[in-house]
Design a protein around this ligand. Structure first.
Ligand SMILES: [Zn+2]
Ligand SMILES: [Zn+2]
Length: 369
């Protein structure tokens, strides 16, 4: 089966400009590349931040937005007969894939931190006038570059779930690993009840945390957090900082949280993380997007001997873990509680508005709708 030479995609012409559905070229596949038909994409909060220029100059315009997507293999270049785990892949299989990391820079080759690669090509914010043009999820077709590791989607994982695995869930897999995993004695506080925060709740619960506490809003999202296994929730619209801290202290014999996953990106929440973490605890800074800096006294680090780690995207192992997580846990949690309506390419601006208004948690995109 050959991919068409043209396809429709939702393009951000420039920062602060309205999105446009445009026709773009789909180039012929080269050795090591793969052309996929996008089955489903999902919208991430970062897509909105990109439209505002928050990722510039790493992001370029014009770009096809969307970095959470699942593609069905249409054509494969030579040398692309298996996924990153050695599973054979053929036409018709579904894939998710990481950004194209160079494998040669200091961060790829020496530090083994591909997400810090100094020579990478992202999906969802790369220049769509540069070959191979179709590298963003809000498009009918995508070109998977030879430098991208791919993972085959297990049959039992629906495409919209798998799509969310390629940003929201893989980021949480990365975060929980970087804080040393979740232990049976851990009380985990997840700040934020967007898609990343809700995945934080469900992963902490499934990994066996003693207590999981979610801070967020609105109430409907906190109900999802409860069905994902949160033992306690605090609505940030109706509680103050002292009340939330009291909730954490009550559940931890006055010590504080062993692990805090800060998924909201707000500087208030970042500051609060240092207040509610126990001495010697671990904080993962996952959320992003607040232009205001957090204000943390040095003694909050030193006096509490806190471990703090930033989480930027994720390497391919976490994409694979995310898919395995969904496959293994599919009967234990109703992941569909998190997903919204399905939108066409032209309806993406409306979907993003609903997301920003907190009416949708994670909208789905069907580029052929
Ligand atoms: Zn994202
Ligand atoms: Zn590199």
């Amino acid at each position: 089966m050959n991919a068409p030479h043209k396809c429709s995609a939702t393009v951000l012409p420039d920062y602060h400009q309205p999105l446009e559905v445009r026709e773009l070229d789909v180039p012929p596949v080269e050795d090591g590349g793969i052309i996929v038909k996008i089955d489903r994409a999902t919208i991430c909060g970062t897509d909105h931040h990109i439209t505002l220029g928050a990722l510039a100059p790493i992001s370029k315009t014009p770009c096809i937005l969307g970095h959470e997507m699942v593609g069905i293999i249409e054509s494969q270049g030579k040398g692309r007969e298996q996924d990153v785990a050695g599973t054979p892949i053929i036409t018709g299989d579904r894939l998710i894939w990481a950004y194209s990391y160079c494998g040669k820079c200091y961060y790829c080759a020496v530090a083994h931190e591909p997400t810090l690669c100094t020579n990478f090509t992202p999906y969802g914010y790369a220049d769509s006038t540069v070959h191979p043009y179709v590298i963003g999820g809000f498009s009918q077709y995508n070109y998977i570059l030879p430098g991208c590791h791919v993972v085959k989607v297990p049959d039992e994982v629906p495409s919209h779930w798998a799509s969310s695995a390629s940003c929201a869930l893989r980021t949480i897999m990365h975060a929980t690993d970087r804080v040393g995993g979740i232990r049976p004695s851990d009380t985990v506080v997840v700040q934020g009840s967007g898609p990343v925060g809700l995945y934080g709740v469900v992963v902490a619960r499934a990994m066996g945390a003693k207590n999981v506490i979610n801070f967020g809003a609105p109430e409907a999202r906190l109900q999802v957090a409860k069905s994902f296994g949160a033992d306690a929730v605090c609505n940030i619209e109706t509680t103050d900082n002292a009340q939330r801290a009291e909730q954490v202290m009550q559940m931890t014999d006055g010590r504080g949280a062993d692990v805090v996953l800060e998924c909201s990106g707000s500087h208030f929440a970042q500051e609060e993380a240092f207040q509610i973490v126990r001495p010697g605890g671990r904080i993962a800074m996952v959320g992003a997007g607040d232009p205001k800096p957090m204000s943390i006294p040095g003694m909050a680090f030193i006096g509490k001997q806190v471990m703090v780690t930033g989480i930027r995207s994720a390497g391919i192992q976490y994409y694979r873990e995310a898919l395995e997580f969904l496959a293994v846990q599919k009967n234990n949690f109703d992941f569909d509680l998190m997903f919204g309506d399905t939108y066409s390419l032209a309806e993406i601006p409306a979907a993003m508005e609903k997301m920003a208004a907190l009416e949708e948690i994670k909208p789905i995109v069907d580029p052929f709708k």
